[in-house]
Design a protein around this ligand. Structure first.
Ligand SMILES: N[C@@H](CCC(=O)N[C@@H](CS)C(=O)NCC(=O)O)C(=O)O
Length: 197
């Protein structure tokens, strides 16, 4: 399994996921600052020219959340995802999909002082609603789905952490306590050496 990433990128989340799973992979560092993501060789793997990308035999998975979800299912004995069909599965999907589709766009646009002129039409709503969503999805104790740490925490927690560190998003003390619990995990520390968190 080849994991194309750069340690100072969203690929830190997929590296974190690999550490949590403790499974073999070959890390391939893509020289993003040097523009390697734009070479024909890399674009052949990921036409979006983004990291991370996972190549598992003939299977290519791009997008941080998709890679984490794929890995959780690929290694079911690691208990990083609730069973398909279980009651927790609905919440799990929400934790996987909300971050990239809804939270990131809001805060990335905020960071450059741009507000979508028609928030009702933008798929990601607005800042107040994004912050309320983070608040409602953040566990007071433990992890996103309860006592079991799962890919939901890597994706949701990793995205909130990224938005706080990169975009300067201000979150409540409840969210900060959750981020502190995440940052304290050995697998997070092993993969986020350069993080301000
Ligand atoms: N939606 C993608 C975003 C990935 C992304 O934006 N990666 C950045 C690094 S953090 C990148 O590869 N940028 C290089 C470029 O766009 O040229 C994901 O979640 O994987």
């Amino acid at each position: 399994m080849k994991h194309y990433f750069h340690p100072m990128s969203r690929g830190a989340s997929t590296a974190w996921m690999f550490h949590e799973l403790d499974v073999e992979r070959e890390d391939v560092i893509v020289d993003v600052p040097g523009g390697e993501q734009n070479t024909p060789a890399y674009r052949a793997i990921n036409p979006m020219g983004k990291v991370p990308t996972l190549v598992d035999g003939d299977i290519v998975v791009t997008e941080t959340a998709a890679i984490c979800a794929y890995l959780a299912d690929r290694f079911p004995d690691r208990d990083m995802a609730p069973e398909p069909g279980s009651p927790e599965r609905g919440a799990y999907y929400r934790y996987l999909f909300v971050p990239g589709t809804t939270l990131e766009p809001v805060f990335a646009l905020d960071a450059v002082d741009f507000q979508h002129p028609v928030a009702e039409g933008a798929g990601w709503g607005d800042t107040a609603r994004a912050l309320a969503t983070i608040e409602s999805m953040t566990p007071e104790a433990g992890w996103a789905l309860g006592e079991q740490f799962t890919a939901a925490d890597v994706v949701f927690g990793g995205t909130v952490d990224f938005c706080v560190n990169l975009f300067g998003v201000e979150v409540s003390s409840r969210v900060t306590r959750y981020l502190d619990r995440l940052r304290d995990r050995p697998a997070y520390r092993a993969t986020h050496a350069g993080s301000e968190g």
